[in-house]
Design a protein around this ligand. Structure first.
Ligand code: CO8
Length: 258
């Protein structure tokens, strides 16, 4: 499948979506958003993909936010459509593990896509922020909610109200990204991380992610119940038998997602 604004690739259970509009710093126009959504939907049922990496083409930018030329035409009713929040939710709710490989600017909607991913790795020169208030709008793809959940409300309020764009080093310090690497090492770091993850049982990965995400917004009692139910499902799987047998037999497990 060929797309206009993104490049895709699957290798060793790692699917890569690369936003490919470097001439506009990988700004997210409607076609790009629709194409990313389309790939995510296709890969949802693709057993050969267990981890999805989202990144940007070139050294400069992961994604510099919504395409401001298109934003100019947006009317109040457009913000009420499911579109923008929908893609971030699709990423967050994907049964696959998602990694944002932040190769440069991750601003506005670009930052929001990264926030929806399970893990964020950035290059040393990355710059991250939600500068929407400079345009007199607010982050509209979940940024007002996810940033606070990831770095805490106090820091999130300051970042959003000032529109400050922070360095990768500060982003790592405050927990916005988990790792910062030199740009030449980004791909190795992503592959190291992804290859550890793809060795795990696919059902355990999906349920761990689901319990963490759904449990985070529930009260502790409900969240612990979710954990219990998910564990109970996993206790009935072939993969659980295989994982334990492999450990006891001192061999690598061969998980099948069953
Ligand atoms: N939209 C459209 N074009 C852009 C964007 C953008 N977001 N960002 C950069 N470009 C274009 C520039 O207009 C320029 O085009 P041209 O060559 O024709 O003049 C080209 O890319 C290169 O840009 P710069 O010359 O500015 O490049 P620099 O390297 O000097 O600066 C920056 C890069 C810092 C990224 C700068 O371009 C910038 O500040 N861009 C805008 C960042 C921004 O404000 N983003 C927030 C947008 S609002 C938003 O994202 C709302 C989210 C709503 C939900 C989205 C759905 C997920």
């Amino acid at each position: 499948m060929t797309y206009q604004n993104i490049l895709t690739d699957i290798d060793e259970k790692i699917g890569v979506i690369k936003i490919n509009r470097p001439e506009v710093r990988n700004a997210l126009d409607a076609t790009t958003l629709q194409e990313i959504g389309d790939v995510l939907e296709r890969w949802e049922n693709e057993e050969s993909v267990q981890v999805i990496v989202i990144t940007g083409e070139g050294d400069k930018s992961f994604a510099a936010g919504a395409d401001i030329k298109q934003l100019k035409e947006r009317k109040p009713k457009d913000a009420l459509l499911p579109g923008n929040q929908g893609l971030a939710q699709q990423i967050e709710n994907s049964s696959k593990v998602t990694i944002a490989a932040i190769n440069g600017y991750a601003l506005g909607g670009g930052c929001e896509l990264a926030l929806a991913c399970d893990i964020r790795i950035a290059v040393e020169h990355a710059k991250i922020g939600l500068p929407e208030l400079n345009l007199s709008i607010i982050p509209g793809a979940g940024g007002t909610q996810r940033l606070a959940r990831i770095i805490g409300k106090g820091r999130a309020v300051e970042m959003i109200l000032t529109g400050d764009i922070i360095s990768a080093q500060k982003a790592e310090r405050i927990g916005l990204v988990s790792t910062v690497v030199p740009k030449e090492e980004l791909w190795n770091a992503v592959q190291d991380l992804a290859s550890k993850i793809v060795k795990k049982g696919p059902l355990a990965l999906t349920l761990a992610k689901l319990v963490i995400n759904q449990g985070f917004d529930a009260d502790l009692k409900t969240a612990l119940m979710l954990e219990k139910f998910a564990q109970s499902i996993l206790f009935s799987t072939e993969d659980k038998r295989e994982g334990i047998n492999a450990f006891l037999e001192k061999r690598e497990a061969n998980f099948k997602g069953e």
